[in-house]
Design a protein around this ligand. Structure first.
Ligand SMILES: Cc1cc2nc3c(=O)[nH]c(=O)nc-3n(C[C@H](O)[C@H](O)[C@H](O)COP(=O)(O)OP(=O)(O)OC[C@H]3O[C@@H](n4cnc5c(N)ncnc54)[C@H](O)[C@@H]3O)c2cc1C
Length: 488
């Protein structure tokens, strides 16, 4: 009789590039033989959201993780290849019996790949266990009680790292990949960098967080700057939450504690927005509110050459609206922008330039080092007015400049040609563009179809807890008349 196979664990690292609070790695510690793998998947590299800066960040994190895990006996392979083919090769070579990974709420290609891996596991008898790593709940039945679930998950003790692994005798490899130079100096990508960023923020950099959030001049320093670490999983959401709660309780300075409480609420938003993509994967390509389909060019309506020219000008930061162009140039140079300026960029594309959110969203997904699909596509739609449930917000670049860059320091920093003849004239007439946008959007929102749909969207995706971004809990009695919409 043939010997039963030696239980052999394969840990599949995805957006969880850390050793601490890592359930799949902990589980593999119990096995007689274990191996970890990270895949640079061709489907990722050819996806429209991909930018080489993303792979560089991942490789930076992996280099440190590989050394740490090797020191404890676990080889980590970094391979270029599709999941099923690579796993099958590893199974044949090493007799893999178990696969461990974290759940992922990703773009369509990753969803399809997970389904293919599930089929491969069924066909080969490999047992696949997936663990949650954020507050996102898989197969969620209802949003009622979601915030409580989030709290409970975030307050459970972190998963402890095993003392060591009985790793397969392999030589870990880190493949040299032919990636073009990134557009900005690589920021620290390791787990140690993530903790240093968090510790510095909690210890004092976060003082003034709430009042510094909106200006691009102050946000750079006083925001946590954890987004890329959360996106690549170099630190877990649970660890950030628990360290923040400890800092709030320990803060002698009540101003700092207030700022940290405001930050803590945003950690829940992170998962709240990701949950929307988890519950409805199609929102990366189609409107939450289907009554808004076909509203703008690029959404089932062909883009004209003029539409394309406006999109190109926006992507390249040459719209002739200095605050908009300065933001795009900062993003191109650094891979990061604060929330308010992201919202203004998108609002401008959607309302001033009357562009559907998908093409601008792909451009931003590539430029954001912290691209997190669930947050990104929900926010793209929210700022474009296609969720059907959120208050319409149209940002005026001039007002944002007055409020957040009154002396022009930010614009001068990122737009050296501002104020010179080389700087372009505005590409649209702002007043006429906004009149058109408000007429179309408010007109649509007043229809019975839009009202009915809004109730269903609120039920499925809307927040139930005060403190989350405003959604319409009940139908407004009266929408503003065209032209009366608020400018932010
Ligand atoms: C159009 C648009 C697209 C966006 N795309 C992304 C994205 O791809 N990835 C991403 O992480 N954030 C995205 N955001 C949200 C937000 O702008 C960033 O999380 C934030 O600027 C990151 O900087 P920080 O880590 O210093 O934030 P902090 O203010 O220090 O916040 C801490 C963390 O809370 C979470 N968070 C903060 N604000 C929000 C928010 N409004 N919604 C959801 N989570 C939030 C993030 O995880 C962030 O890292 C987007 C916002 C807009 C308007």
């Amino acid at each position: 009789m043939a010997e039963p196979p030696t239980p052999t664990a394969l840990v599949w690292l995805k957006r969880d590039l850390r050793a601490r609070d890592h359930a799949p790695l902990a589980e593999a510690g119990r096995f007689e033989r274990a191996l970890a793998v990270y895949l640079i998947e061709p489907a990722w590299r050819s996806s429209p959201e991909f930018h080489p800066q993303h792979a560089r960040f991942a490789l930076g994190a992996l280099a440190a993780l590989q050394a740490e895990l090797a020191g404890r006996g676990l080889p980590l392979l970094v391979l270029e290849g599709e999941a099923v083919a690579t796993f099958e090769a590893l199974r044949r070579a090493h007799g893999i019996t178990h696969l461990f990974s974290h759940e992922e709420t990703g773009p369509g290609w990753s969803y399809e790949r997970d389904r293919a891996v599930a089929r491969w596991c069924r066909a080969t008898g490999v047992a696949w266990t997936e663990f949650a790593q954020t507050g996102v709940v898989r197969r969620l039945k209802s949003r009622d009680g979601w915030a409580g679930l989030w709290e409970r998950r975030m307050n459970t003790p972190e998963v402890l790292m095993p003392a060591g692994w009985r790793g397969l005798p392999l030589c870990p490899t880190l493949l040299p990949l032919a990636l073009p130079e990134p557009p900005q100096p690589a920021r620290g990508a390791t787990e140690a960098d993530a903790w240093a960023t968090l510790d510095g923020f909690l210890a004092g950099r976060g003082r003034g967080y709430s009042r510094s959030l909106s200006s691009p001049l102050t946000a750079e320093t006083h925001c946590s700057r954890l987004s890329e670490h959360l996106a690549f999983g170099t630190i877990s959401m649970r660890c950030v939450h628990q360290a923040t709660q400890a800092a709030i309780h320990g803060a002698a300075d009540s101003g700092l504690a207030r700022d940290l409480r405001s930050f803590a609420g945003r950690l829940r938003w992170h998962c709240h927005f990701m949950q929307k993509l988890e519950d409805e994967p199609a929102i990366e390509v189609r409107n939450f509110a289907r009554s808004h389909d076909g509203l703008r060019p690029g959404d089932g309506v062909a883009m004209t050459a003029a539409d394309q020219a406006r999109l190109d000008a926006w992507c390249e930061g040459r719209t002739g609206f200095p605050m908009v162009d300065a933001c795009m140039r900062q993003l191109q140079a650094t891979g990061w922008l604060n929330f308010r300026m992201r919202a203004m960029l998108v609002s401008f594309a959607a309302h001033h330039l009357w562009l559907h959110w998908r093409a601008p969203g792909l451009h931003l997904a590539r430029l954001f080092l912290d691209f997190e699909p669930g947050i990104h596509w929900s926010q793209m739609q929210m700022q474009s007015g296609t969720t059907g449930i959120n208050t319409l917000r149209i940002y005026s670049p001039a007002k944002q400049a007055l409020d957040h860059d009154p002396e022009g320091r930010y614009r001068r920093r990122w737009l050296p040609d501002w104020g010179t003849p080389a700087y372009p004239a505005p590409i649209v007439d702002e007043a006429a563009a906004l009149r058109h946008a408000k007429e179309r959007l408010y007109g649509l929102r007043r229809t019975e179809a839009a009202h009915q749909e809004a109730d269903a969207i609120q039920q499925r995706h809307g927040s139930r807890k005060a403190g989350l971004p405003a959604t319409r809990r009940a139908r407004p009695r009266r929408d503003p008349e065209p032209g009366q919409g608020r400018l932010f």
